[in-house]
Design a protein around this ligand. Structure first.
Ligand code: KG4
Ligand code: ZN
Length: 384
């Protein structure tokens, strides 16, 4: 009798991800399938997830100061990389590629992360994968959930508010964006004018828990306007005007203003998302495995916004997927995830190309990664 050969384990790849585009210094190490195929949306193993939040360093200035952010990334990044290797209990010999945010973001910070990644790749002879930060947010859901393509993405962060059809890795169609402030920026500015701390989103959410959302009737931005664009600056101005009308702000009024603003922001996001869902289902009329709305970015942590979007999805028969809060806000794991997805499809520029890549302050998601069209790999190819 002959024994049947035991099944071969799927080859896996280990990717180190570096994120430094704003005010979080983050490093993660993840391990997942090294080859594209049927199970390439299977959740990965997160071996390490290290983050240093600079919030306290910027608190006195009421916003992120680019020079302070860049210096803090320089001071923290090496230690976080060492901590991530310790947490994962691996050395550089176990790493297949380094993925680093190459933009968009505060360029001083992006330079710190990208230059560090280049140095590591040269020193350890690894492939370097420059990642668009927005692609990291777009794919972050696939760290923890089997989320097959295509899906509709609502990206709501401090710098971006976009509705995007994620057709496939690198194939993104933007349906709408903000014409003024990003959603998180509106939370931050509103918190500031209410005398709350930064970042404003969690502060507004906490203040709103004791507030009456019905006390102030704020406008529905762009309500009659077709399309899926957003606008938040009118809402912020309406809060300022209401606060001026009230005069002295007591605790209850502050809570009522926070709750009314939060409800109006949630309503606006749900209004525009409903339009994008209609466009998405028209483009994909027979999506056999169902329609999915993925909500990502820091603002996706907000419970009022999640429940407004959840109610919309329930009404329309869609599934809503929101990554855990630690993967909604900026993190290294989402950058490693974007790197892993590119690595396993062999969409990795040559080492010479990627080492020459510069940090980019602006980089629309629809713009393909420089060097990504070429098929190659670093000196090291995928490893079993
Ligand atoms: O994705 P993220 O960490 O960084 C950017 O890429 O911008 O998002 C940060 C933004 C900040 O504006 C912050 O106020 C907002 O997300 N935010 C929230 C909440 N938690 C963070 N907004 C509303 N509610 C929250 N619970
Ligand atoms: Zn972000």
């Amino acid at each position: 009798m002959t024994n049947a050969p035991s099944p071969q384990p799927d080859p896996a790849a280990t990717i180190l991800g570096i994120e430094t585009s704003c005010d979080d210094t983050a490093v993660a190490i993840i391990r997942g399938p090294a080859q594209a195929g049927g199970k390439d949306d299977a959740p990965v193993t997160i071996l390490a997830n290290q983050i240093w939040s600079q919030h306290a360093e910027h608190a006195a200035y009421g916003g992120v100061v680019p020079e302070i952010a860049a210096r803090s990334h320089v001071e923290r990044l090496d230690g976080l990389i060492e901590a991530a290797l310790r947490e994962a209990q691996v050395g550089f010999d176990a790493i297949d590629a380094v993925a680093a945010t190459a933009g968009p973001g505060l360029v001083g910070g992006v330079v710190v992360g990208l230059t560090t990644a280049k140095a590591l790749c040269l020193a350890h002879d690894l492939a370097l994968i420059p990642v668009n930060h927005l692609e990291g947010h777009a794919l972050s859901v696939r760290l923890t959930e089997p989320a097959p393509f295509p899906y509709l993405l609502l990206l709501v962060s401090g710098g971006h508010t976009q509705l995007v059809v994620v057709n496939d890795l690198g194939d993104y169609a933007r349906l709408g964006t903000t014409i003024d402030d990003a959603a998180g920026e509106a939370f931050d500015k509103t918190a500031k004018l209410l005398g709350l701390g930064q970042p404003g989103g969690p502060q507004i959410e906490a203040a709103a828990t004791g507030g009456r959302a019905s006390r102030f009737a704020f406008p529905r931005p762009l309500h009659q306007r077709a399309g899926c664009d957003f606008s938040f600056s009118g809402l912020k101005t309406a809060v300022r005007q209401a606060a001026l009308d009230v005069g002295e702000l007591d605790g209850q009024t502050r809570a009522d203003l926070a709750a009314s603003f939060q409800a109006a922001a949630a309503r606006h996001l749900a209004d525009r998302t409903a339009r994008a869902m209609a466009l998405f289902s028209a483009r994909h009329p027979d999506q056999k495995n169902g329609y999915r709305l993925v909500v990502a970015g820091g603002v996706a942590a907000n419970c009022t916004i999640k429940s407004a979007l959840g109610a919309l999805c329930q009404k329309e028969g869609w599934t809503m997927i929101v990554p855990p809060p630690k993967f909604c806000t900026d993190n290294g794991a989402m950058i490693a995830q974007a790197g892993l997805e590119r690595f396993r499809r062999n969409i990795v520029g040559t080492q010479a190309d990627t080492l020459a890549m510069a940090a980019r302050a602006r980089w629309p998601l629809a713009d393909p990664v420089a060097g990504a069209q070429r098929v190659g790999g670093g000196k090291k190819g995928p490893k079993a």
